[in-house]
Design a protein around this ligand. Sequence first.
Ligand SMILES: [Zn+2]
Length: 264
Amino acid sequence: MHLQPCRLCRTIAPLEESHIIPEFFWRIAEERVPKGRSALLQPCLSVMFTDPRKGDIDLKQRGRWDKSVSQEKLLCGACEDRLSSFETHARLQLFGNKDPRTVRKGAFRAEIKTNYAKFRRFELSLLWRASVASAPFYENCKLRQEVGEALRQALLSDTPPPPDLVGCSLLDLRYEDADFTKAIDNPRRLVEPSREIVLLTMGGYYWMFWIRPETPPVGVANTFLQPDGTRPVVQIDGSPLLQFWANAKKKWRPRRDSNPQPPA
Ligand SMILES: [Zn+2]
């Protein structure tokens, strides 16, 4: 049996094929599309920029994506179970106890009530897993060593992580009847003199991780998960991004100026 160090606890152990983006986000994003000569409806998933250097965008059947985008041997069994428990909590808070493939987000919610310790670790686990994944899909998620180590320790500790350790703003992406639950985009990175943000698109939300500044302005910090478990949700007009996706799906051409920008 091939043993390797677990990326989270560093124990030498047989590692599991961990989902880098939680599996329920992949399931939510699937849609049934006619495929092949028989035009049978098959579960398919759009993922943009599977290799950002090539600018790939495609709609593929389940199992046809490069596996390194979805899974990698990262975690021992105990750490896999640990992160899975945070995922289960987050999925129930965000989408309820439904088959993920049938999820249609309901009325906009300005906040979600969560268990702080679980939901906070879930958020941090999204960024941490993407930061240690080796597929080019995640290359915008690399973290400075001290930041990555702080996230790793926070995920292992039984003490809840502080709200401002790489705070996360959650932005609901929808416009009129459309939303982005059926899309997973490759992670983006916004680097400006005053701020540095890693942006994940999954589950119909932007997950905006504030890498810098370490102490963001109050207006930004107010959008982070609060210690009482209140998870604020910011609504933005999803139409520019929706248009971007629609155009890209028709015929993808790399256009750097069309990268979606989060609100200032
Ligand atoms: Zn482990």
